[in-house]
Write a protein that binds this ligand. Sequence first.
Ligand SMILES: O=C(O)CCC(=O)C(=O)O
Ligand SMILES: [Fe+2]
Length: 314
Amino acid sequence: MAASGALPVVDLTPFLTWDEGGIARGTDTVREACRTHGFFRVVNHGVPAELLARALEQSAAFFALPDEEKARVRPAAASKAPLPAGYGRQPAHSTDKNEYLVVFDPKLGFNVYPTEPAGFRETLDECHGKLTELGLLIQEILNECMGLPPGFLSNYNNNRGFDHMTSKRYFPATEEENIGFSEHEDGNCITFIFQDGVGGLEVLKDGHWVPAEPVDGSIIVNIGDVIQVLSNGKLKSATHRVVRKSVHRHSFAFFFNLHGDKLVEPLPEFTAKIGEAPRYRRFLYREYQQLRVRNKTHPPARPEDIVRITHYAI
Ligand SMILES: O=C(O)CCC(=O)C(=O)O
Ligand SMILES: [Fe+2]
């Protein structure tokens, strides 16, 4: 398996050109990466490198605006969005040191957009659209990796209303501390990350922090808690974190999610059909997402009280 920046690399060309031999090999690589790392890097993924570069450049221009300007992109008070759409900053008491912009599918009408820099809104919408397409493709690949009936995941996860993208800026590290995003697993199905050249994203593998280094034009993929639960722990939702460097860092994360009304539980293919006991109890996805938001808005005094997927472990 090719590796670059220490992560397994998957070339998606065969999936986009219907090359059957290549699809089989690519699927094997993804299966192995989900088992060993929970993280991999995709190249030739169909999202233009120019679009990724433009998004990073425009987000740097947005976050460089004065705080009063950014604060105008505040979430709408009466919004029905699953999470506040628009500009936000981690609360002062949080150990995480970043500011962010949250964007949903533009068709849902939740988004609050910056007016500057010019063209940023169009870029955000274009990125959201392209990353949604990539999510649908990776979901198909995971369906195959997991040995599920064809189309199972796309039928189950058939509502894109909770998907969202965040554009983030991390503040430079200080002499005292350098946490940008404390160690966590993502709660959703599949996450995509692309970043500027600064670095700092790290993945926990076999007890060691492995850097997920910036490689221009590539997109980092990680598996979230929903896939881990459906697969009864066979596919890993990897622990990761962001360490701050001496300069600002910019990144985008797209969360290919699950609708809040869906129930999540280990699938029969990973339990009854193979004689294994479920390792998680069934839960409503909305409840889990709300508990995770609370982790951020009301961080518990003891880190062990942060709600993670272990909350539903049997
Ligand atoms: O900024 C990054 O590289 C990763 C962010 C992340 O892990 C997250 O938003 O869940
Ligand atoms: Fe994450």
